[in-house]
Design a protein around this ligand. Sequence first.
Ligand code: FE2
Length: 475
Amino acid sequence: MCVPSCNVTLLQNGTYLRNGPGVWEVGDGSALGHLFDGYATLVRVSFRRGRAAGAHRQLESDAYRAAKERGRPLLREFAHCPTKPASLVDRARGVVGLVTGRALSDNANVAVLPLGDGRVMCLTETTRSSALIDPCTLATIGKFRYADALGGVIQAGHPVVTGSEFWTLLPDLVRPGHRLVRMAAGSSERNVVGRVDCRGGPTPRWLHSFAVTENYVVVLEMPLRYSISSMLKSELAQFYLFDWLPASGSYMHVVRKSTGKTVASVEVPPFMALHFINAYEEEGEDGQAAAVIADCCEYYADPAVLDALALHRLRSPRNSDAFPDGRVGRFRIPLDGSPFGELEAALDPDEHGRGMDMCSINPAYLGKEYRYAYGCSARWPCNFLNALAKIDLVKKTAKNWHDEDGAAAPSEPLFVARPGATREDDGVVISVVSDVHGGGYVLVLNGKTFGEVARVRLPYGLPYGFHGCWIAGKI
Ligand SMILES: [Fe+2]
């Protein structure tokens, strides 16, 4: 592949990596039925002196290998249950499999993360999914072995990773809550920093991602709760692995990184969010943090987005108004002991179009007051996110990009800063666009103007993917 008109002053040498689902069928037509369940396909696009070269490869998880060998999925996926246990012995085996995590999929199709020490990790929300890959060949090196005895079978889908550390949350299915853990770059040992107990209800809430500020970690509780019964009985709950229980309330907690102490725990309006965008501390008159602001992609407290991502819905006519509306939800969490927090739209959703998810920011602004976010949006009618938006959270406006023939699904727009940049939006945005005709291209947008810098037409189509990362320089 080559980049025909690439602006090399904007696009530094480096490698874009992306993870996501790519294979839903194994054996003789045995198929998974939800976007979240496709077996992980890694994509690499390396940019060097204005040219690009790419590759893709399947991640060799145990779940994928077993499905290929047996011709059918064998493990519990998000929306797929293995065969129900036929006997008491099988049921007992199933319980052991749940407790050890071995009955749960290790299909690490959510994120791909450079750990700051040269290692690159892929993962999904089961602890055993954590795997190391070679960023050059995309080969699966093997399991990431945590050098600790923390146990637990579930982890957040989006750890927060910087050059020096790795923060994540481990849901506790037995004593509902979340353990906050930290791992230093170069280490494989997680250390428990603190714990947040869930407020009300029998099980922890689903927590796909979370947010951090410079001094705090924001732990969320939305009404979507793990269904232990769904896991034990090998059957789908109301929303696959979860039940929607708004009567159990919605809460936000703020934990101090240095002590692990919870410094705020407030009730907030009900919400539904998979992805947090960023968070920062709002300064009071005394110069101390008076509140935490946390932004997310919010679906108006409606979990219907999970059903909207079932493959039979995504394969329905694309001109149906089937994709749920979304907005940038902004939480304000007071740190003065007040019992309630606020949630409102950070800008008029009409600015970016209907639908909003899969955001990235300039990573230099992680945990700090920031102005710009880049996300997938929707130009209706559509049944999936089909546009991109650059959001200005200060002016409360958006710049939008949309494929001219309207038949494309751009993946998460990843912001990459220009080397030496001083402005927040000085850089490029990279997205892989899948079109419904089976083709696709790598799209490079100017981070400031949101105009096209380059398109790299792919020799073959790639499925829609989830999350990516950037590794500067040569790998
Ligand atoms: Fe995600």
